[in-house]
Design a protein around this ligand. Sequence first.
Ligand SMILES: *Cc1c(COP(=O)(O)O)cnc(C)c1O
Length: 349
Amino acid sequence: MKIIRTTQSRLSEVDFANLGFGSGLSDHAFYAEFANGSWDEGRVEPYGPLKQGLALHALHYGQAVFEGQKAYRQADGGIAVFRPRENAKRLNRSGSRMMIPELPEDLFINGLDALIAVDHEWVPRGANESLYLRPFLFGSSEFITARPSEDYTFGIVTSPSGELYTKPVRVKVERQFTRATSGGVGYAKAAGNYGGAFLATREAVKQGYQQVLWTDHHNHEYFEEAGTMNVAFVVNGTLVTPSLSDRILAGITRDSILTLCREWGIKVEERAISVAEIVDAAKAGELNEAFGMGTAAVVSPIEAFGMDEVLHHVPVPADGIAARVRQALSDIRYGRAEDRHGWMHHVAR
Ligand SMILES: *Cc1c(COP(=O)(O)O)cnc(C)c1O
């Protein structure tokens, strides 16, 4: 694989003591290209502009899917990525819905490894910090006829990041806008799903919330997701989360949390959860916790949800399930606990 290193590193400009989330990009990027029916071997290059002009296919017809994952600085100084093959598989599930050709899983993993090795100094060393990894695939031909792109590009860019949503959030039960419909693209990490969600989130923020709790497209009666995270509730000690469907993004954090909870003997249910059920549980004092689950924030505790002008408060116990899974996952990710599931992929430098 070809590696071209920058001669003008921006590393010294980064304020590692005050990292935000996803704003500053690291020195290098990985690129691979699909043309005439096959992928090339890819290359690491200094981060920079694309070669295409304004007819870039993905900008017009939205054949664009992405992933979000993180590389963690281990207690022993090494670097490891959490379950990257799951992200590679999901990128292809998203891509096949958008008619993007399959990306070989090894190209994905080798690209990540090579890029992280070159930019290893960009992996932060502070508590709860990480190097956010953004692999993405998009149609990169230049034409404006409404048919699938012929050429595709796989890219990876990275960004040193602090922790997102550390404070408990207030969420709005969204009953006007819809994130995903049956038969649609909700299960794919498609770029347009995010573009389509920004307006609903902006309206919720104007009303004093930080996020939306998406409900089903049909009657807005059942919970689906919390913003760009999967959602879970703890009712009378049982962890409940919506079952996966073609409207729900199958989160790797969700899967890992359900695995840990089942191992700990916590009762876990994946099923339909109505808004009415959770409102009743909150009123009866049986709603113990509610939280979002995703790579960016790990768990994002929900302290209140707004429904029909009424704000329902949710406990945020310091020793609850959310706090326990957050701690357990970070101990595995930062190499402080034994990796019994083989979740960590160690990157050689
Ligand atoms: C990415 C994403 C998630 C979380 O997936 P993780 O693999 O846990 O990061 C959940 N919901 C939506 C809509 C997402 O885009």
